[in-house]
Design a protein. Structure first.
Length: 166
């Protein structure tokens, strides 16, 4: 036996860690994005003060820059969610292959069954109804829709707000 090869447990742990890493990337990007939008909105709001010296920059350039930022964060978040889904599919396929192709000891079977129950798509309610896929989809709402919401706000600021001030 090669002592340098991955065990089944190591492989499953590595997949779970990859899934968690993508989740952390998504969470970090959303946090960074919301924080940056708060700063940009604060600067934009301050530009409406009397005698403000750079109205063109803050009323025209800033909203466009914020919309570009929204597009960039949407692309990077979509990429991370796509990667996470790929890892989840790989995890499910590996568990299915392990169950179908290997003769497992009772302890290994128990550990694999326990692992399988904690996989994202297999999570259940207290009554036992599987809701993992639904929860996984709902978790994706914020990172994928938030950039659209901020973009609409900035589009409004770009298109209408400067005209209201004249």
């Amino acid at each position: 036996m090669d002592t340098n090869s991955l065990t089944i447990a190591d492989t499953l742990t590595a997949l779970r860690m990859d899934i968690q890493a993508e989740h952390s990337l998504i969470a970090g990007r959303v946090t960074w994005y919301v924080t940056s939008q708060a700063f940009l909105l604060t600067a934009y709001a301050q530009s409406w003060n009397a005698n403000f010296v750079w109205p063109y920059f803050f009323h025209d350039i800033l909203p466009l820059a914020a919309m570009v930022l929204s597009a960039v964060i949407l692309a990077s978040t979509y990429g991370a969610t796509w990667a996470q889904d790929a890892y989840l599919r790989e995890q499910a396929a590996l568990v299915a292959r392990l169950q179908a192709e290997l003769t497992l000891s009772p302890g290994e079977k128990l550990a694999l069954d326990s692992y399988q129950r904690t996989m994202v798509n297999n999570r259940t309610t207290a009554s036992g109804r599987i809701i993992g896929a639904r929860i996984h989809a709902l978790v994706r709402v914020t990172p994928l829709l938030l950039p659209f919401g901020f973009s609409l706000l900035w589009l409004y600021a770009y298109a209408f707000a400067p005209h209201l001030a004249k």
